[in-house]
Design a protein. Sequence first.
Length: 178
Amino acid sequence: MINIPYSGTYYISSQRDQDLADRVIRLIEGENLAFSKQLLTGHVTASAFLLNMKHDKVLLTHHAKLGKWLQLGGHCDGIKDPKFAALKEAYEESGLPRIDHIFDQILDIDIHEIPEHKGVQAHLHYDIRYALETDERHPFIVSDESNDLKWIPLDELEDYNPEPSLIAMRDKLQTLRL
């Protein structure tokens, strides 16, 4: 386990995990604006891997700007609390009435490039990801940031987005046997 400042503890299960955690820690400790999109080279973001109560489906958004199926999430907007930001983004992007953290620890960390868009230069997202859950019987609302939302069975995740960073979250959950 390693403590990520302002973010919580993170279980290191691979060299990938260690390398990404080290990079996020360096950013947070070295940049006053690490949690703000004003840091144009890259900044901390927060994601919600939002599962149903049986933990066999995840709610994904077809992201309007990026044009692909992704977990819910977004910018911390200067708030140095990615766990809170992940929950806030999940509420905002789904319209669901109740969402809870499954456990306190960070589920995963990923660092990925966001392409240039509408005059905002390409930059990195240092994405801190948490496992959340909700009752899938509650209707969701598609926000302006999404083309669609959909409950995806975890064993069909690759059919929607085969990117290793998304699959890593599912695989970590299965290792935890939630």
